[in-house]
Design a protein around this ligand. Structure first.
Ligand code: SF4
Length: 72
């Protein structure tokens, strides 16, 4: 299972990922995105294998290019 996080320094607060895939993305109190899974694993979310393509799409379309897979 892969893990994903947001490099908040480059997040533009566009809300795109949180709107498209709220299962894994949520905005924080500073309006910066972070990953999560069911409200936990904040900015260190485990991504289910069947959802990896959806998360990859958000990575590819993120204007800040700031959503990344965590290196193992
Ligand atoms: S799509 Fe990228 S820039 Fe936009 S809120 Fe999500 S992480 Fe931030």
């Amino acid at each position: 299972m892969k893990r994903a996080y947001v490099d908040k320094d480059n997040c533009t607060s566009c809300n795109q990922c949180a709107d498209n895939l709220p299962k894994y993305f949520m905005m924080d109190e500073e309006d910066l995105s972070q990953t999560h899974f069911e409200g936990s694993s904040i900015n260190d979310a485990m991504i289910h294998e069947e959802d990896e393509k959806k998360v990859q799409k958000e990575m590819d379309e993120c204007p800040g290019e700031c959503i990344h897979w965590k290196k193992h």
